[in-house]
Design a protein around this ligand. Structure first.
Ligand code: SF4
Length: 372
């Protein structure tokens, strides 16, 4: 890497363990390996020290524990990891510290440990409240667990809670999706992410669909469900600030915003990706994915990486910026592409920025195809 890298102010830490592998999931997550957690934490600590010595870090503005299922760590393990991060890095007093939790592995003792360790934002993987949709997704959590976990977090004083929902799930009707949205809003979370189910090759759900065991979802229904989400969530006071994310004012995810703004993010843990830049050139690298191999490799956990070519770097900045309502200052060299997108009603220009229209947010894949 040439030139001085811009300092990292955002840290992602990956916990790759899950109780059970959900049928639709293609994340770097593994079931039945919880016994490896202490060893994995050893490896993670070694990588974090190595990273701090090797790369420039400033005061951290965000820390994000994602997975997999970070809530699978026992309360003491979570305390150990959070304390280690604070000792190793200078975490800003007002940093956003997020932990992803599965309702089934969330309890009072763990919430207390997370909050003592500085976690101030909880991202609860609810995914839905409708039993049939959860069964198709092979989620082993139900609406009661999700509601209970949410209540426990609020009772403990967690003031920033986000929930995830999935739509375009086979057998999910407009009515069941509307009911899911209604129940989500009734909890009064600060942030809601809605993801359109994708059938990723290699997942159990992909195979089941190929074998005709689950039906296709009609495209019209998918669009109607997205429309319903926009209507219900906006009416309830949530602002769609990114293609799949809604928040109350001031509760936008600062960590995810760092990705959309192409800020340097250091990713630690199995399979985690990092992005670095010196302002002119940019690099991306990723860690060994399998936990056992990651443990053996630590602290040299990097599997591979690449320098992004300059045009691709600018294209990514544009494409990611156009995922967000704030848009982006258009880099030079994309006038033709942006002109076409503007004529198609997908973007507009305002105050020197280019921003996506509502249609552009809904059809962001067309923007991505045009600029990448
Ligand atoms: S809990 Fe999340 S990361 Fe784990 S298998 Fe299910 S969807 Fe994947």
């Amino acid at each position: 890497m040439d030139g001085e890298l811009r300092a990292f102010r955002h840290l992602y830490v990956h916990i790759p363990f899950c109780k059970h592998k959900c049928g639709y999931c293609d994340f770097n997550a593994y079931a039945g390996m919880d016994r490896m957690i202490p060893e994995y934490l050893d490896a993670l600590e070694k990588e974090l020290v190595f990273a701090r010595e090797r790369y420039p870090f400033q005061q951290l503005d965000t820390v994000y524990l994602g997975g997999g299922t970070p809530s699978l760590l026992g309360a003491e393990e979570a305390t150990r990891l959070l304390t280690f991060i604070r000792r190793t890095f200078n975490v800003a007093p007002d940093a956003e510290v997020t932990l992803e939790a599965n309702p089934a592995s969330t309890d009072e003792a763990k919430i207390a440990a997370w909050m003592d360790g500085g976690v101030n934002r909880l991202s609860l993987g609810v995914q839905g409240f409708d039993r049939r949709a959860l069964a198709v997704l092979e989620r082993r959590t139900d609406a009661a667990q999700a509601t209970q976990a949410f209540g426990l977090a609020r009772a403990a004083g967690m003031s920033n809670v986000s929930i995830d929902l999935i739509y375009a799930v086979p057998y999910q009707t407009m009515d069941t999706w509307r009911e899911t949205l209604r129940r989500a809003v009734a909890l009064e979370p600060d942030h809601i992410s809605t993801y359109c189910l994708s059938f990723e090759e290699g997942t159990l759900l992909y195979r089941r669909r190929a074998e005709g065991k689950v039906p296709e979802v009609e495209t019209d229904l998918q669009w109607d469900q997205l429309d319903a989400a926009c209507d219900v969530l906006e009416e309830a006071g949530y602002h769609r600030y990114e293609v799949s994310n809604w928040s109350r004012p001031g509760f936008e995810s600062r960590h995810n915003r760092a990705y959309w703004r192409c800020r340097p993010v250091y990713g630690a843990g199995a399979g985690a990706h990092s992005y670095a830049t010196n302002g002119e050139r940019a690099w991306r690298w990723w860690n060994v994915a399998r936990p056992r191999e990651y443990d053996a490799a630590s602290p040299s956990t990097r599997a591979d990486g690449e320098e992004l070519d300059p045009r691709k770097t600018l294209a990514e900045t544009l494409m990611l910026g156009l995922r967000t309502a704030e848009g982006v200052i258009a880099p030079r060299g994309f006038e033709e592409e942006l002109g076409r997108l503007q004529r198609a009603g997908l973007v507009r220009r305002t105050d020197g920025r280019v921003v996506p229209t509502r249609r552009g947010m809904d059809l962001h894949n067309q923007i991505a195809m045009a600029v990448l």
